[in-house]
Write a protein that binds this ligand. Structure first.
Ligand code: PMV
Length: 334
């Protein structure tokens, strides 16, 4: 089995809306930070002469999308043998924490390695995007821009150590979200009267966030980060029927972040297509932020992260990866 890991990413400027559903072509440019410690691991084993692909999420989840993805990937990467695939993550999946981004980035990486290739991230991006649009950004570490115009490309605008930000995640609901981002985007595009305005405002947010990231300027990044996330949710709220991804604790965390700022703690939030709140701050403020978020009623746990690296091939799955029996690797005797 070949194992690869990839990290989730947090969009500082969100991708919300598709120019084309086939291949998950984004309608707007986005910019993310890859998140160290929020990690997915994928294992791929070729089975020469096998009857068909065998795929599994761990813990178990419906595999229809995974089956289709593996079939497309084998075609693209010219893997003739059927494969065994297992994908697992060390954080809540399907809950708005970008687990599909890390999962499909890890799987694309592992499948590429199993095919004997080592494509550049921008070459692998169209494949990873088929699993989840935002997965293409997890193919690179640090601060990553996805520019969908023309030849869809992802590029690193700064490496992870460019800015040692802290990202504190308040988890308010562990269960999978009620509406997938795929469905949410389609509904928003089809029915939200605010969708056009969302797309029009995007380039300005991107320009400001890119400049703030390059300057490591949190006071400049923060207001645009919050504005961009809230506008994405406002656009989704305008869909018919409406999309409300938040829980009461989501709003309580937002208010906590605002009151931290009033007390002089520089912290800013973002929210993806789910109820969890991700808070950016300088490392010196991370303990204060984490303890304030932990105290909010409805917060089940707080995760801490920082800018992380690109996917990599692993010699063996990490110890946290609880794998089905047939994929377990025995501890080596050396
Ligand atoms: O790539 P998807 O289908 O998981 O959608 C991602 C949507 C957001 O997380 C809300 C925004 C983003 O750019 O990651």
């Amino acid at each position: 089995m070949i194992w690869a890991q990839a990290h989730a990413n947090l969009a500082l400027v969100k991708y919300w809306g598709k120019a084309a559903v086939a291949g998950n072509q984004a309608a707007n440019a986005s910019l993310s930070v890859t998140l160290d410690g929020l990690t997915s691991v994928a294992g791929v084993g070729r089975r020469p002469g096998g009857a068909g692909d065998r795929v599994a999420w761990n813990p178990p989840a419906p595999t229809a999308g995974l089956v289709d993805f593996v079939a497309r990937a084998r075609d693209t990467l010219e893997i003739r043998d059927p494969v065994d695939v297992v994908v697992t993550s060390n954080f809540p999946v399907g809950a708005g924490l970008a687990s599909s981004a890390s999962a499909y980035a890890a799987l694309s990486w592992a499948l590429a390695a199993a095919s004997g290739r080592s494509p550049a991230a921008s070459e692998l991006a169209p494949l990873a995007r088929i699993g989840s649009g935002s997965a293409c950004r997890s193919l690179l570490g640090g601060f990553v821009e996805w520019q969908p115009e023309g030849r869809t490309a992802v590029s690193q605008i700064a490496p992870p150590d460019h800015w040692p930000l802290s990202v504190v995640v308040a988890v308010v609901r562990e269960e999978p979200k009620r509406t997938s981002s795929r469905e949410g985007m389609a509904r928003t595009r089809a029915s939200s009267p605010f969708y056009r305005a969302w797309l029009e405002a995007g380039p300005e947010d991107l320009r400001e966030v890119r400049e703030a990231v390059l300057a490591c300027d949190l006071a400049r990044l923060g207001p645009v980060l919050e504005r961009n996330a809230l506008r994405m949710h406002a656009t989704a709220l305008g869909a018919d029927p409406p999309l409300l991804y938040w829980e009461p604790a989501t709003i309580a965390v937002v208010r906590t972040v605002w009151s931290l700022r009033e007390k002089g703690v520089e912290a800013f939030f973002s929210i993806d297509a789910g109820p969890q709140v991700k808070v950016l701050c300088e490392p010196a403020a991370a303990d204060a932020v984490a303890s304030a978020l932990s105290a909010v009623e409805g917060v089940s746990r707080v995760l801490r992260s920082a800018p992380g690296g690109a996917p990599s091939v692993l010699h063996r799955p990490p110890s946290w990866a609880v794998l089905p029996e047939e994929h377990r690797v025995r501890p080596s005797s050396d």
